[in-house]
Design a protein around this ligand. Sequence first.
Ligand SMILES: Nc1nc2c(ncn2[C@@H]2O[C@H](COP(=O)(O)OP(=O)(O)OP(=O)(O)O)[C@@H](O)[C@H]2O)c(=O)[nH]1
Ligand SMILES: [Mg+2]
Ligand SMILES: [Zn+2]
Length: 372
Amino acid sequence: MDLKNIGWDSSFEDHLKQIISKTKYDYNFLVGRVSAVHTNLCQVLTEGGEITAQVSGKMRDKINNELSGSGGENLDAAFPAVGDWVMMIHDQQHNSGIIRMVLPRRTKFSRNAAGSTSQEQVIASNIDYAFIVAALNADFNPSRIERYLVTTWNSGAVPVILLNKADLCSEVDVNIAEMEKTAVGVSVHAISAARGEGLEQLSPYLQNGRTSVFIGSSGAGKSTIINRLLGRDVIKVVETSDYKDKGRHTTTSREMYLLEDGGIVIDTPGMRELQLWEGEQGLFETFDDIEQLAAQCRFNDCRHQEEPGCAIRSALEKGEIDQVRFKNFLKLQRELKFQEARHNVKVRMEQSKRWKNIAKTRRHLNKDSTCR
Ligand SMILES: Nc1nc2c(ncn2[C@@H]2O[C@H](COP(=O)(O)OP(=O)(O)OP(=O)(O)O)[C@@H](O)[C@H]2O)c(=O)[nH]1
Ligand SMILES: [Mg+2]
Ligand SMILES: [Zn+2]
């Protein structure tokens, strides 16, 4: 397998050379790209084919040591994720690998891990395009896409919106137009994976060496689309005429697939909860129109409520910006602030814990010295 076909390029080559020039050991590192992650094992694509690999104890210790000093909030994120390029020591006898290092990620799609922690979780890395998939069924709602847009803009990848199940919808053009209003400057394509219609619109993105990740809620049809692109049913899809059962998730793990005509695609399970991890930049990109208006408010710290000279309120009154869109903007902004605060509290707590430990050790030492 030519690594270029699976996304390898000169920037990774440079990283690799740099790292090798700094290591003391003369290992013959094997390079590969993580195609799936199971609890302790990774599937890795290499020049010689797919192998299984494990994170080395050394790397684990290094991550634990380095991150315990910084609050530890990125512990998970430092471990290999689907899409990562890794350096391994090759166990030729068992044709398996020991992962020693993850090469710096060019882009990464992260969310805050589900639940109430403050923990970055990398969904996929080194991606070029994020296909945000939504079904054109009865509960189609463009504002649900905004959260995905914020996350995608932050990832460094380019978002592309796919409105799937066009066969179930009689007002496709209206929905496309509505979606385009919500996602200014983002390409929107309507397709029907079930009928195999409109998929040719994806070919500009699915180029040799380019990586796309499919995201969106459960049942939107992500796996069905990928099966279509692969030309056969590789991924399991549960056939159902009524996919209203929201608790149901057919795909349970993130996995990478190679298309015959070039292009790399990553399937992900529908997310029940896409909590923002970080977002300032992504929020600006997604709500560019609102941000630009806000810059015209008379006061720098305008909350767009009762303040005189508020450009946002005036635009809302004139109907130049949509009420729902504005509400969603405020909601995501609040969520980011909350996330940031929670993160800061966690770092502070970790720090104070460290100080307490240091103080305890000191007291202990002092006590020892008085005994002597
Ligand atoms: N009518 C219609 N149904 C579709 C289309 N695409 C997918 N489906 C159906 O929608 C259901 C869900 O499809 P999946 O591909 O499993 O959806 P998913 O997004 O991968 O879902 P998760 O893996 O749970 O995240 C299946 O019953 C598909 O057959 C389409 O274009 N039209
Ligand atoms: Mg799926
Ligand atoms: Zn204002």
